[in-house]
Design a protein around this ligand. Structure first.
Ligand code: 5AD
Ligand code: SF4
Length: 475
C-alpha cells in the first residue's frame, strides 16, 4: 500500500508557519508524504489564523469547498488547526460535520496519532457506508478535538524538515500576556510560556549542525522572553548572547518586540553582538496617545521615542520596522494625522498597515466600529504611501553600495535570485548558479524600488563563506 499523503496550508504569522513545520515533521516521521496537490491528499490540514477577519474568511471558504469534496470522498480527513480551532471549536465541532480534527495551537505533540485515528475511523465509515444514511451523519461520526496545551514545546524537532537550507525559525515562547484591547492572540494562544535557554541552545545547535546559518527567534512579545521562567535569570539579551556563541551561526534575528520591553540590557546586546540582524520589529500600532491609551498599549509616543533614542545612541545602524492599525474605534482624522507624523518622525524602514477588524471576544469589539470602511481604506492607503516613500528613500541611499546578501532562492522574475541583507532588505540580482542559494554573497545595489532593490552580483571568494562578519554598508 502506498504511503498516505497529507496537504497542509498555513495562514497567518511566522509562528503558524513554524507550527506547520512541526506538524509536518510529526507526520513524516509516521510515514506520511506530502501530496503534490491538495486534490491528491488523503489528509487535508489547514493551520489557521484569527488575527483579522479576512484570514478567517479565507478558511471558511476553503472549508466550504472541502465539504463538497467530502461528499464523494468520505474517507478524506479534514483538520482545522491553530487559532481558529481554538476560537471556534464549538462551532466547528457542532456545525461542520465534515471536519474530523480540531486542534488548538500548542497541541500538536500527538497530531500524528490524532490523524491516524481519524483516518481509521473514516476508512471504516467509507467501507460500511449505507446508502440510507445521510452523508452528513456519516461524516460527522468521528470528530476529534484536542484541547489547548503546551505539548507543542515538547516536540523534539526534526531539524531536517524546513523550507530553507540555511534559514530556520525557532519558537522561544508561546502565548501573550499583554492587554491590547483589539487582539485575539491572548485568547487563542493563552499565557506566555517561555522555553528554557538550554533547550533553545540545543535546538539551534542542531539546526546549525544541519547547515542553518540564519536563525529567527519567534515570540508574540519576544523581548518579554523569560519573564515567566522565575529564578532562571532568562532574558532575550542573555539568550542572544548564548546563541551568538555558536560558531557556524551567522545571523540571528528575533520578532516581534513590544516597546515596553526594549530595555538597556537588550540595547547593549544589539550594540555588541555583530551577528544580530540590524533591524528591530517594534510595532507602534498608532502615533496618537489617545488611541494608544484606548488600545491599552501601555506607552505613549514620547516614551516610544525615548526608547528608540536610547537604542539609536548605542546601535545607530539598527533600522525600525512597525505595525499600525488604522480605523480603531474612535480614531479621529487628527489621531490619524498624528500617526502619519509619527511614522515620518521615526523614519521606519518598513511598516505593515492593517485596517481595524473587530474580533469577537476582545474588549474593543464591545465598542462601536465607528470609522466607516471607505475612511479606513483611505487611511490605509495614505499610511502605506507615506511608508513606501520612506522605504524608497532608504533603498535609494543604498544605490552604489555593496551589501552582503543571504541568497534565498529564485526571484519572481526568471533568471534572478533574491536574498536579504542583515537589515532585512530584499535584493534581486541576475544569477543562475543554484549553488549560490544559501550562501552570503556581495551584491552592488544598482536600483532602488519601493519594496526592494536591484543589484549585481560581485565576484566573491567562496573560501570567505565561513567568516562570521555580517557587516553591511549601512543605509
Ligand atoms: N485588527 C487589525 N489589525 C490587528 N492586529 C492585531 N489585531 C488586529 C485587529 N483586530 C495587527 C497588529 C499586530 C499585527 C500582527 O496584527 O498590528 O501587530
Ligand atoms: Fe496581540 Fe498585543 Fe500580544 Fe501583540 S502584544 S500579540 S498585539 S495582545
Amino acid at each position: 500500500m502506498s504511503a498516505p499523503k497529507y496537504h497542509l496550508t498555513s495562514y497567518g504569522c511566522q509562528m503558524n508557519k513554524l507550527d506547520s513545520e512541526l506538524v509536518e515533521s510529526k507526520l513524516r516521521q509516521r510515514g506520511y508524504v506530502a501530496a503534490a496537490a491538495e486534490a491528491d491528499a488523503d489528509v487535508v490540514l489547514i493551520n489557521t489564523c484569527s488575527v483579522r477577519q479576512h484570514a478567517e474568511d479565507r478558511v471558511w471558504s476553503k472549508l466550504g469547498k472541502l465539504r463538497v469534496r467530502k461528499r464523494t470522498e468520505p474517507q478524506l480527513v479534514v483538520g482545522v488547526l491553530g487559532c481558529m480551532a481554538q476560537e471556534h471549536k464549538r462551532y466547528l465541532l457542532s456545525r461542520m460535520p465534515h471536519v474530523d480534527l480540531v486542534v488548538g495551537p500548542s497541541a500538536f505533540g500527538d497530531i500524528d496519532d490524532t490523524v491516524e485515528q481519524a483516518r481509521s475511523k473514516n476508512g471504516q465509515i467509507a467501507a460500511e457506508r449505507e446508502p440510507a444514511r445521510t452523508k452528513h451523519e456519516v461524516a460527522g461520526a468521528g470528530v476529534l478535538s484536542v484541547d489547548l496545551g503546551v505539548s507543542g514545546d515538547r516536540i523534539v524537532r526534526d531539524v531536517r524538515v524546513r523550507p530553507h537550507r540555511s534559514q530556520a525559525f525557532v519558537s522561544v515562547m508561546r502565548g501573550c500576556n499583554m492587554p491590547c484591547t483589539y487582539c485575539i492572540v491572548p485568547t487563542t494562544r493563552g499565557d506566555e510560556v517561555s522555553r528554557p535557554i538550554a533547550d533553545l541552545v540545543e535546538e539551534t545547535q542542531r539546526l546549525c549542525d544541519d547547515g542553518v546559518t540564519e536563525i529567527t527567534l519567534l515570540g508574540q512579545t519576544v523581548n518579554a522572553y523569560g519573564r515567566d521562567l522565575t529564578g532562571q535569570d532568562a532574558t532575550l539579551a542573555k539568550l542572544l548572547r548564548a546563541l551568538h556563541a555558536i560558531p557556524s551561526l551567522r545571523r540571528l534575528a528575533f520578532i516581534t518586540s513590544h516597546p515596553n520591553f526594549l530595555n538597556q540590557e537588550l540595547i547593549d546586546a544589539l550594540a555588541e553582538l555583530p551577528k544580530v540582524a540590524r533591524y528591530l520589529h517594534l510595532p507602534a500600532q498608532s502615533g496618537s496617545n489617545a488611541v494608544l491609551k484606548a488600545m491599552r498599549r501601555g506607552y505613549t509616543t514620547e516614551r516610544y521615542l525615548l526608547r528608540i533614542d536610547q537604542l539609536r545612541a548605542k546601535a545607530p545602524d539598527i533600522e525600525l520596522h512597525s505595525d499600525f492599525i488604522v480605523g480603531y474605534p474612535g480614531e479621529t482624522a487628527a489621531d490619524f494625522e498624528a500617526t502619519v507624523a509619527f511614522v515620518k518622525q521615526v523614519g521606519f524602514a518598513q511598516s505593515y498597515v492593517f485596517k481595524y477588524s473587530p474580533r469577537p471576544g476582545t474588549l474593543a469589539a464591545e465598542l462601536p466600529d465607528d470609522v466607516p470602511e471607505p475612511e479606513k481604506e483611505r487611511r490605509n492607503a495614505v499610511l502605506l504611501a507615506v511608508q513606501e516613500e520612506l522605504t524608497l528613500a532608504k533603498n535609494q541611499a543604498l544605490v552604489g553600495q555593496t551589501v552582503e546578501v543571504l541568497v534565498e532562492g529564485d526571484s519572481k522574475v526568471a533568471g534572478r535570485f533574491s536574498g536579504r541583507t542583515a537589515h532585512h532588505r530584499l535584493v534581486h540580482f541576475a544569477a543562475s548558479d543554484r549553488e549560490l542559494i544559501g550562501q552570503y554573497v556581495p551584491v552592488r545595489v544598482t536600483e532602488a524600488l519601493a519594496h526592494s532593490c536591484l543589484g549585481e552580483l560581485l565576484a566573491h571568494d567562496a573560501a570567505q563563506e565561513g567568516r562570521n562578519d555580517p557587516a553591511e554598508a549601512s543605509a
